[in-house]
Design a protein around this ligand. Structure first.
Ligand SMILES: CC(C)(COP(=O)(O)OP(=O)(O)OC[C@H]1O[C@@H](n2cnc3c(N)ncnc32)[C@H](O)[C@@H]1OP(=O)(O)O)[C@@H](O)C(=O)NCCC(=O)NCCS
Length: 118
């Protein structure tokens, strides 16, 4: 929050795995990106989940989104798996979407262990 205006949000949801919580979505207002707000939100999520006896945080992002992959790995997340063809017309995505010239196609899952050092 800045004054009374939200400048970012992060949503956590429990997964079907015991102790595992997913960052379902997060975003920082465009004019405030790159100033550390996203990092603070992830730190707050780590503390919240660890305080609630969670053991792992997971997050998914597009393999094409190099900025997000860099962001999460800098926060201590490590790649876990790749879901090929997650972003297709069959799953509701228009064909031909590109991010930084990379076709939007595959999803990368990353995780952050709260029980061992990142
Ligand atoms: C990803 C996001 C939440 C990061 O928040 P942030 O406040 O910009 O993050 P921080 O300032 O703590 O860290 C900046 C780092 O985030 C990454 N990043 C990803 N997208 C970025 C963007 N649009 N602008 C700036 N940095 C971005 C970069 O690694 C950057 O490091 P760099 O300065 O060396 O390039 C934010 O950029 C955002 O809201 N993006 C759009 C929504 C989105 O993609 N959400 C994630 C869905 S999985």
């Amino acid at each position: 929050m800045q004054g009374r205006k939200a400048i970012g949000h992060l949503q956590l949801v429990e997964t079907h795995e015991p102790g595992e919580v997913e960052i379902k979505n997060m975003a920082v207002r465009e004019d405030r990106q790159g100033c550390g707000v996203g990092g603070l939100l992830v730190r707050a999520a780590v503390e919240l989940v660890a305080g609630g006896s969670g053991s792992t945080l997971v997050v998914a992002t597009a393999a094409a989104d190099i900025g997000n992959l860099r962001f999460y790995q800098r926060q201590g997340f490590r790649p876990r798996s790749i879901e090929r063809d997650a972003f297709t017309p069959a799953t509701g995505y228009a064909p031909g979407i590109r991010i930084d010239g990379i076709e939007l196609r595959d999803r990368v899952w990353l995780d952050y262990s709260l029980t061992s050092a990142p």
